[in-house]
Design a protein around this ligand. Structure first.
Ligand SMILES: Nc1ncnc2c1ncn2[C@@H]1O[C@H](COP(=O)(O)OP(=O)(O)O)[C@@H](O)[C@H]1O
Ligand SMILES: [Mg+2]
Length: 280
């Protein structure tokens, strides 16, 4: 078995506050395999967002080791962590966090501006990624001109455009109606099954958890007493990527073309295949 994409050991995260500290994560162990779609559920305040921020390299653990794609994030400086994040992680938020003054196209382009890349290559990637999320014809729309589901698709495209192996999603369907949520979950599943992405998703929605291959239960008590339970409490999902979902490492240079040749019918049809509503 290959090494997991994420190996967290004895992670502790404490925040200082007047008169003491808050400790959302006491001693967390967690393995996430490459090509896995993991759903984490737990009560409010139990440290879910804290964990995602650690996995995304936005914040660092107070103690413990956090190995992702072979790098121990606890040993990186702030600036190294920022660079690492740009190559390895896409973050999807509940409320999309699109910049309102930028078009869908420009929002998706943003992460690529951190990479040295010719403008034509940037344009190719943005176009391909918008196509992938089913919004090829909405590039010139501003966020206010899009539905919530479409905004979340743009946000997913933004998370995806630099082709990171890991996506973290914090209640990505929490603000959507049922149909839009279903379509977003279908899209996320396809990112795992067809692009080999690894997704760690926090959700309160049982349906969302069922869409993932495994669901974890993270409650403050359990995390504090025995974080290993986070693994043992997983339930089997009803759908999603199979355990053997092939992971293919993607690098910027190779572009977003990870679907095997025998399944590829051109970029446009690949994008259609990734659109839950039109999937056959
Ligand atoms: N930057 C921070 N500074 C101080 N306390 C924080 C910070 N971020 C989170 N916390 C505290 O950590 C706990 C866990 O928060 P969070 O991870 O957001 O929980 P969840 O996402 O499970 O609702 C809460 O008590 C919260 O107030
Ligand atoms: Mg949260």
């Amino acid at each position: 078995m290959t090494a997991p994409l994420i190996a967290a050991r004895a992670i502790r995260k404490a925040y200082r506050k007047a008169g003491g500290e808050v400790v959302p994560l006491e001693s967390l162990d967690l393995d996430v395999q490459r090509g896995e779609f993991l759903a984490l559920m737990g009560p409010s305040g139990s440290g879910k967002t804290t964990l995602l921020n650690l996995l995304a390299g936005i914040d660092q653990p107070t103690a413990g080791s956090l190995l992702i794609a072979g790098t121990d994030l606890t040993r990186l400086s702030r600036s190294q962590l920022t660079r690492w994040r740009g190559d390895h992680v896409g973050y999807i938020f509940q409320l999309y966090h699109l910049l309102p003054v930028l078009t869908a196209w420009e929002n998706v382009e943003l992460p690529l501006l951190l990479h040295a890349m010719p403008a034509a290559e940037r344009a190719r990637r943005v176009s391909l990624t918008l196509d992938l999320v089913g919004l090829a014809d909405r590039g010139d729309h501003f966020p206010r001109q899009l539905s919530g589901g479409q905004e979340q698709r743009v946000a997913i495209a933004r998370a995806l455009v630099a082709d990171p192996p890991l996506l973290v999603a914090d209640e990505p369907t929490g603000d959507l109606d049922r149909d839009s949520a279903t379509a977003i979950l279908a899209l996320l599943r396809r990112l795992v099954a067809e692009l080999g992405k690894t997704i760690v998703m926090v959700t309160h929605d049982q349906r969302a958890a069922a869409a993932a291959r495994r669901a974890g239960w993270s409650s403050r008590g359990r995390c504090r007493r025995d974080a290993r339970r986070l693994q043992s409490c997983r339930t089997r999902g009803t759908a999603g990527a199979s355990a053997s979902a092939a992971y293919r490492p993607h690098r910027l240079g190779r572009g977003l073309r990870p679907v095997p040749a025998h399944r590829r019918r051109g970029d446009a049809s690949w994008a259609r295949a990734c659109d839950g509503r039109r999937a056959g």
